[in-house]
Design a protein around this ligand. Structure first.
Ligand code: SAH
Length: 359
């Protein structure tokens, strides 16, 4: 039994069942025992792998796309280049390398990395030396004095969700309590959260809907910043157009694990509800939100196949095979190509829509 599990059981015994969101945020970010607070979880030796860790092409395509957005918006100087949850800094390193020869881009850039994890921040600091970057724990600390060019990959899926089960004309919240000395799921009393009012029309008795309030607040903040100062945000994650069903999952050493089995020792994520994200952004006057685009289609439109062919020229044998596999993994519908989606936010003005996206 982990120390965090003991603490959660003692806390529930003291104050009663907790929400799934409470459980998620404690497991991921508890300063002493939290998953992200205590380790580098990424890569072959860790628990999971992400798109930038699979191939440099991911960051190259996205870096050039963001730089094109900057050019299309009149090359503002200065501007904020921001990444939410940069992991090991690989995506940003690839973006910066790809954009190094775009005249004026690095000179105008003020780089900000938003990171809650101490161990990951240390890795990012090593990898991103020399760019004068600033690290913040939350986007709320970012100065609001320049256009915002923001990227987030597999960040929103780590934000704590609440889960509600449809019951009659309302909902009951899924909670975590203790049964026979072990953590166990249960249900709270009837509630009618305002944010779920629109889901009473498209759900049936017993169905689960997830609500990620921190993600909606964050997207509202991003949208307001873009409405005020201009810029573009590109958000990539796994998920779909609307939340339906229990998608909370734990992953440990590249394999699924029971969600309640090892608090603080496994990654916990949930599908991102891009419909709710888009509504939160559209609620901000002056902000334009693109259509949700599958990752495979976005990367194809940004030229990943031409880049893959170019890189393949210098490779042979096992390195060539793994390069081809990486391209397939990022783009193919059976791999990450369809499950992962992207959405972009920009200002309602004359500038073209971010490359690769449709309105
Ligand atoms: N974007 C990276 C890493 C994804 S893992 C990649 O694609 O490889 C999620 C990242 O978000 C990690 O860096 C984690 O430490 C960070 N993170 C998770 N929750 C956070 C929070 N609430 N605030 C800030 N960073 C957070």
């Amino acid at each position: 039994m982990t120390a965090l599990k003991d603490r959660l059981i003692a806390r529930i015994a003291r104050t009663g069942p907790i929400s799934v969101a409470d459980y998620m945020s404690t497991c991921l970010l508890d300063p002493e025992h939290g998953y992200y607070a205590t380790r580098d979880p990424l890569g072959a030796g860790g628990d999971f792998t992400t798109a930038p860790e699979i191939s440099q092409m991911f960051g190259e395509c996205l870096g050039l796309a963001l730089a094109q957005c900057w050019i299309d918006r009149g090359r503002p100087d200065p501007f904020h280049l921001v990444e939410l949850g940069p992991g090991r800094g690989v995506l940003m390193a690839d973006m910066l390398r790809a954009t190094a020869r775009i005249p004026g881009f690095h000179e105008a850039m003020r780089l900000y990395l938003i990171e809650a994890s101490g161990p990951l921040r240390a890795i990012q600091q090593r990898r991103l030396q020399g760019y004068g970057a600033t690290w913040l724990r939350a986007l709320s600390g970012l100065p609001d004095d320049a256009p915002l060019f923001l990227i987030a990959n597999e960040f929103l899926d780590a934000l704590p969700i609440r889960q509600f089960v449809r019951a009659g004309g309302g909902w009951r919240e899924r909670q975590i309590g203790v049964s026979d000395g072990a953590l166990a799921f249960g249900l709270g009393g009837p509630v009618l959260p305002e944010a779920l009012a629109c889901r009473l029309t498209d759900t049936d008795e017993g169905q689960v809907v997830e609500l990620c309030l921190p993600a909606l607040a964050l997207v509202g903040d991003i949208a307001r910043r873009i409405a005020r100062a201009g810029g573009v945000a590109v958000l990539i994650d796994y998920g779909g157009g609307r939340s339906l069903g229990d998608t909370l999952q734990a992953v440990r050493r590249h394999a699924p694990a029971p969600v309640l089995a090892c608090p603080g020792e496994a990654d916990l994520t949930a599908h991102v509800d891009f419909g709710a994200i888009a509504r939160a952004a559209r609620a901000v006057p002056g902000v334009r939100v693109t259509v949700m685009t599958p990752q495979g289609r976005l990367l194809e439109r940004l030229g990943i196949t031409a880049r893959a062919e170019r890189l393949a020229q210098g490779l042979q044998g096992a390195a060539l095979q793994s390069h081809i596999a990486a391209h397939r993994r990022l783009t193919h519908p059976d791999e990450m190509g369809t499950l992962f989606k992207a959405i972009a936010l920009c200002r309602e003005d004359a500038a073209p829509v971010p490359p690769g996206f449709d309105i």
